[in-house]
Design a protein around this ligand. Sequence first.
Ligand code: FPP
Length: 224
Amino acid sequence: MNPLNHVAIIMDGNGRWGLKNKNSRNAGHKAGLNTVEKIIKETIRNNIKFLTLYAFSTENWKRPKKEINYLFKLLENFLINRIEDLHKQNIKLKIIGVKNFSLRLNKLLNQSEKKTSKNSKLQINLALNYGSKSELIGAFKNINKNKDKISEKSIKKYLQTKDIPDPDILIRTGNTKRLSNFLLWQIAYSEIFFEKKLWPDFKEKDYNKIIKKFKNIKRNYGNI
Ligand code: FPP
């Protein structure tokens, strides 16, 4: 059985779910947050150490202002209301991506990271204003600046995920088969699961089905 340390998720389908069920994309994001809570719980129950969630990409800035503001308000409320409990559960929060939000949100993100930095039960990496290509460009620039040799090791050293093992599993919900500029370097050998359900409809049992499937896959890493 394969060990499972790290699950990464592209939480796609909120907008469609919201339009279909509540005639509002933002209602889909709100419902998506409930799924986030469920999946965090289930990740802990499965004793998985790292969970990376794609919450806002560098490309998501193209969305209408009203939707962007709603998403950040949701995030802000989530941190204000839930960080104490996450901390009590020994969960560490790390942001990957560039923190160029409002002063208020940046401060809240920094405080949340700092407060939970010593926790060890589960590390949640929240990808915010994250794009894999820009992360890689940043790494190459740093290699250049520091006159390092280009190698897998030196590239990893300058990625925002430098201290995080590569994902074993990548899940994308929402019935779309693309990677959307997410962890392109890190998923070189991840097992990828495309899930038809929209993120707000994704349930613990769907997650556990994927975990079970993953555990029985023969991972060859190029060998036979
Ligand atoms: C993609 O669905 C989802 C997002 C861009 C936002 C994800 C946010 C959440 C799950 C809620 C907030 C989370 C936290 C941790 C506070 P989409 O809107 O692209 O869906 P669509 O493909 O149906 O339009």
